[in-house]
Design a protein around this ligand. Structure first.
Ligand code: CA
Length: 229
């Protein structure tokens, strides 16, 4: 997986490429917009991380040039502009996600992983250990036992299962499951996770939903999760 980081601030660019490389990705850095456009034409990237405030052309213009190509990788915008308007412009311009500076690297990494996973076929039935979820019939069972979930609980579980083994931040869960902007209300995720746990985990000795300190939550078979931690 090759990622292009478009960032003019050397300190941030170094921090990002070091972090992403130690997470196992190949990383190229472009220090300005023109160079970024050239690199996108010359190389196939799996993801582009794009700063908006660039010295030559604006990040949104870079985004437009990337999007004009026949096939273009997902774009994660990274910006100090935290106005809702900028966020909307970025997403309308074809960005797939938007992260405001300053950010925690773990949050960035979680978003990168989800974006890189997109585009892969989405199965109608998800299975993690003894937990299975039927996306069409909206049925959940654990070890063959039926579990009744409220719609939001179902959506959260589906999101966690689709991203098994990947930590998802509270913000990501809120943005994925609720349509409106629940900014600052990420506590609601904890409430729903409690409900979910009481239904899919509490009575079983093996727990599927894990709390990931500093990020949020992850779902996996515990043996696998232990091995990878
Ligand atoms: Ca900048």
């Amino acid at each position: 997986m090759r990622i292009l980081v478009v960032e003019d601030e050397k300190r941030i660019a170094d921090f990002l490429s070091r972090g992403l490389e130690s997470a196992g990705y190949a990383v190229d850095v472009a220090g300005d917009g023109r160079r970024a456009v050239d690199m996108v034409h010359a190389t196939e990237y799996d993801l582009i991380i794009l700063d908006l405030g660039l010295p030559d052309i604006d990040g949104l213009a870079v985004l437009q040039k990337i999007r004009n190509r026949k096939s273009s990788p997902p774009v994660l915008i990274l910006s100090a502009r935290d106005q809702v308007d900028d966020r909307v412009k970025g997403l309308e311009g074809g960005a797939d996600d938007y992260l405001v500076k300053p950010f925690a690297f773990v949050e960035l990494l979680a978003r990168v992983r989800v974006l890189l996973r997109r585009g892969q076929p989405t199965p109608e039935k998800l299975q993690v250990g003894e937990l299975s979820l039927d996306c069409i019939r909206r049925k959940v069972t654990r070890a063959g036992e039926n579990i009744e979930l409220a719609p939001k609980e179902f959506s959260i579980l589906e999101y966690l299962m689709r991203n098994r083994g990947r930590p998802l931040s509270r913000t990501m869960i809120v943005e994925h499951v609720w349509d409106m902007d629940y900014d600052g209300l990420t506590n609601i995720v904890d409430v729903y996770i409690r409900h979910l746990r009481s239904k899919i985990d509490d009575k079983w000795p093996v727990k599927m939903i894990q709390t990931v300190r500093g990020i949020g939550y992850m779902l996996d078979e515990p043996e696998r999760a232990e091995k990878s931690s």
